[in-house]
Design a binder for this molecule. Sequence first.
Ligand code: COA
Length: 275
Amino acid sequence: MAQEPMHHTGHETTQDVVVELQDAVLTITLNRSAKKNALTDAMYGTLAGAIERADSDAAVRVVLLRAEGDLFSAGNDLSDFSRLAEQIADRPASGITGQMNVWRFLHALAACTTPIVAAVQGKAVGVGTTMLLHADYVVLAEEAQLITPFVDLALVPEAASTLLLPQRIGHVRAFAMFALAEPMAAEDAVATGLANRVVPAEALQDTARQVAAALAAKPAGSLTATKRLMRDAEALGPVIEREVAVFTERLAGPEAREAFAAFAERRSPDFSPFS
Ligand code: COA
């Protein structure tokens, strides 16, 4: 997929991620609903550019992250992962992971001082959930579920979630989400501090837009300064790097490749041959 260059006015549209600026709100829409908004490297590139722009373009006062379709995101595109795993296994010293847009996106997200509002319907899987830890106001539809099946894929969590999720909801609940892929229901997400509000699905987009508009009317310097004080962005970069190193090692391993093959073949993975 070709990437549009990021301009500083008006609309930028790529096929799978749509970025629009209106009334000081930069709306980022995941728009690959036929594949459940699974995120490809090109999509991460657009996402990274949009988040970077939010902090550098004074016309942007708030980011609104939303998705088309019945679910927020199925997480990383598993065929992308599978392809990457082969490449790393073939050429371990190629440094290929260093060029991946996902890490650029995650670093931009962790460093972002512009307030981020997120609207989530259906499932948010993997990075679909961990990116929400970097949002500042999260609205969930009633049936929304947060799911982080990293261990089921023989991977490890990313996006500084190994620090942020236990910090937010406590170690044992975070462990159950990571290790057993226990889904977090919308009401529980509010109760545990992962989200602000649960609303009926039909009210989701309007509610999130209203929150974004309310934030856009606040003094922007005060908002970004508040966010900067609340978040320890400097501490998160090294956590992301630490996760990347382990993640990459796991990605190229035989268990992850079995997990990706199982997803592609629509069967359960068999991890028993691996010690
Ligand atoms: N990567 C690549 N493609 C994906 C995908 C992913 N993460 N998630 C879904 N898709 C694709 C499916 O392969 C399918 O493609 P096809 O129509 O060409 O066959 C299409 O999206 C629809 O998915 P399907 O599984 O039929 O939809 P569903 O509503 O039954 O289930 C999910 C939705 C999200 C629960 C399910 O697709 C899923 O579990 N996906 C994998 C999630 C995951 O493990 N992500 C990685 C986290 S680190």
